[in-house]
Design a protein around this ligand. Sequence first.
Ligand code: ZN
Length: 62
Amino acid sequence: MARYQFRDTTRIGPVEIGTFTDRYGREAHAAACTAPGCDWSASYLNRPAAELAARSHRCNPR
Ligand SMILES: [Zn+2]
């Protein structure tokens, strides 16, 4: 079963951003950190918010 189809993916540091359509048919923007051991991710209603979150994200040292 297909999950979200991401488009316009970009990368800011270790964080990837992708635009997708959520299950309500709205456009949403996900930011997810790809660094090993960091499972931070979040979704936003607009692209600048996702990009800002990606830029300000700092991997959580344990
Ligand atoms: Zn991280």
